[in-house]
Design a protein around this ligand. Structure first.
Ligand SMILES: Nc1ncnc2c1ncn2[C@@H]1O[C@H](COP(=O)(O)OP(=O)(O)OP(=O)(O)O)[C@@H](O)[C@H]1O
Length: 358
């Protein structure tokens, strides 16, 4: 039995379409789980139902097998970290962090000396030891989010919920805070449930990612699996904009297939259980395709016309026109091949060609 079990959770606001439409999820104790999807897909609603801030219409949420679906938020031993920090502007950072320890349900556990010691410990954990006496307006965005994190962690909740906590920080600070949150997760070993629309952030931080769309779970798997073995075209495209070219399966035997792309070229790949004759999306990650050079043993060859080149720093992104209904694909490569505007040859291993059902 997993730690948190969510079954057929549904929530509709007003009379419209369901915000979440039958969410099933199992979450292990100590896991770092990320709900990932574009705006409006139901991530925040799912998180708020787990926190008890929203009442689902139906379905259930179990914790260690006990039904907590309609428990009050304060009874859940969970704390939430929000994008806008929600710090009290008139209190010092130390008093903000200490705040929860003064609440009725925690008050009996701590005397003044213990509160001071704990506040010091948690300010230290988030690298704010020297900022306890300041007011929130004297801190940067990243420091405010660290203070909010310390405030959430100080009561040692079993589950910490994050709703786009880094959404208002610039790109560099986001990266630093991602590393910090990951470090704190490893250090504390608590269950972290994290919401973001940023797939890079989800990939970098999570033990497991739940890709959501239209109020439903599309795939729940490790970042590696979501990246290399998406279960549908939506997930493939959502994660790092995979190339998905229309094609038809020509043959399938012994787990191996041949697929014809919409421009007539054929590729070898694994069959992924899809029968001959089926229309499929053929996924090829941009970083698994090589333009030019010598093919490795058994690689597929593919022809196209080399188009735009975008310099991305560590690599280039090339747009290659495959022709006909096959459209364009993107290829990541460090070096710049000859022949922009001309026909080129590309190579991809059969293991890197994945068939996805229509
Ligand atoms: N309080 C509310 N009243 C009415 N509709 C709501 C409310 N909260 C969310 N919704 C709607 O429910 C759907 C899911 O919203 P939700 O906030 O869960 O999505 P999200 O994936 O977290 O999106 P975002 O990243 O934009 O926050 C959306 O269509 C949204 O407009």
């Amino acid at each position: 039995m997993s730690y948190i079990e969510i079954r057929k959770l549904r929530k509709t606001y007003g009379g419209g379409k369901p915000a979440i439409d039958g969410i099933d999820l199992s979450i292990a104790r100590g896991e770092f789980l990320t709900l990932l999807g574009s705006s409006g897909c139901g991530k925040t609603t799912t998180l708020r139902c787990i926190a008890g801030l929203e009442r689902p219409d139906s379905g259930e949420i179990l914790r260690d097998g006990a039904d907590i679906t309609y428990d009050q938020p304060a009874e859940r031993d969970m704390r939430m970290v929000f994008q806008d920090y929600a710090l009290f502007p008139n209190l010092t950072i130390a008093d903000n962090v200490a705040f929860a320890l003064h609440l009725k349900r925690h008050r009996h556990k701590y005397n003044a000396a213990e509160i001071k010691r704990r506040v010091g410990e948690y300010l230290d954990l988030v690298h704010l030891a020297d900022h306890g006496a300041k007011k929130p307006h004297q801190l940067s965005g990243g420091q405010k989010q660290r203070a909010a994190l310390a405030r959430a962690l100080i009561t040692e909740p079993d589950i910490v919920l994050f709703d786009e906590p880094l959404g208002s920080l610039d790109a560099n600070l986001r990266k630093t805070m991602q590393v910090e949150i990951k470090r704190i997760h490893r250090h504390l070993g608590k269950t972290f449930i994290y919401v973001t629309h940023d797939q890079e952030e989800a990939m970098a931080m999570s033990d497991r990612i739940v890709v959501m769309n239209g109020g439903r779970v599309m795939q729940a798997a490790s970042p590696e699996e979501i990246y290399s073995a998406p279960n549908c075209q939506f997930v493939a495209r959502f994660i790092d904009r995979a190339n998905v070219v229309p094609g038809t399966v020509l043959s399938a035997a012994d787990g191996k297939s041949e697929v014809q792309l919409a421009n007539g070229q054929t590729l070898r790949c694994s069959s992924n259980g899809i029968a001959p004759g089926a229309a499929v999306g053929v996924m090829m990650r941009a970083d698994r395709i090589t333009i030019g050079g010598k093919p490795t043993n058994g690689a597929n060859a593919l022809k196209g016309v080399l188009g735009e080149r975008l310099f991305l720093g560590a690599k280039h992104e090339f747009v290659v026109e495959l022709g006909g209904e096959a459209g364009e694909i993107n290829v990541f490569q460090q070096d710049v091949p000859d022949g922009i505007g001309g026909e080129i040859e590309m190579f991809i291993s059969p293991d890197d060609v994945r068939l996805l059902p229509e």
